[in-house]
Design a protein around this ligand. Structure first.
Ligand code: SF4
Length: 198
């Protein structure tokens, strides 16, 4: 089986996943997207409201910001595969809206299978962990974005170099500090682009 076939098989199997309870209140599994030849695999936290409805990762406001900053830093969408640590939308109601709810450690561990299969198929040169949930999913429960971002890490938990970056939703939630946080995301993705250019 080719790597692309392996990835397609994992995507199909994940559609019926019941490894944790998050499937119960979500519309569908949101698997990763991108070329099998991606040089960097970017991992976010979980699908949001728009992703849950469309069945595609990073199609909501955070995804729009991510693509905007990728464009500014010269990171081509052709070079990346986009996915999330958790593949179902976890939410709680607020009025008529569905509000993001952070996945817990049990859910992160249950969903790790799919991320591992994506990594094994795509085999990227660089793994980019966007935000605390993605960092913890790969590097362990004590991983903190603020302590780990800013350099390319060689860690035994991953078979390729790792960059820990801000999640674009952290920029969107930053209020008065939004410009500052956005500049940090630009720094993080510049580091990714520079690493790929070496
Ligand atoms: S969140 Fe992940 S582990 Fe849980 S049901 Fe969905 S795909 Fe399966």
């Amino acid at each position: 089986m080719s790597r692309a076939e392996e990835l397609d098989a994992a995507r199909e199997e994940s559609a019926g996943c019941r490894r944790c309870d998050l499937w119960r209140n979500a519309t569908q599994t949101v698997f990763g997207e991108g070329t099998i030849r991606a040089r960097a695999l970017l991992v976010g936290e979980q699908p949001g409201d728009a992703e849950d409805e469309q069945g595609r990762p990073f199609v909501g406001p955070a995804g729009a910001l991510l693509r905007e900053v990728m464009g500014e830093t010269g990171l081509s969408e052709r070079d990346v595969y986009l996915t999330n640590a958790v593949k179902h939308f976890k939410w709680r109601p607020k009025g008529t809206r569905r509000i993001h709810d952070t996945p817990n450690w049990t859910e992160i561990r249950a969903c790790d299978l799919w991320l591992r299969l994506e990594l094994a198929s795509v085999r990227p040169e660089l793994l980019v962990l966007l935000g605390g949930t993605a960092a913890q999913a790969v590097l362990g429960r004590s991983a903190r974005v603020g302590q780990l971002r800013g350099s390319v890490l060689e860690v035994e938990e991953a078979e390729m170099p790792v960059v820990v970056a801000l999640h674009p939703s952290a920029v969107l939630r930053a209020g008065e500090r939004r410009a500052e946080r956005r500049a940090e995301l630009v720094e993080d993705l510049t580091l990714v682009r520079e690493h790929l250019a070496r």
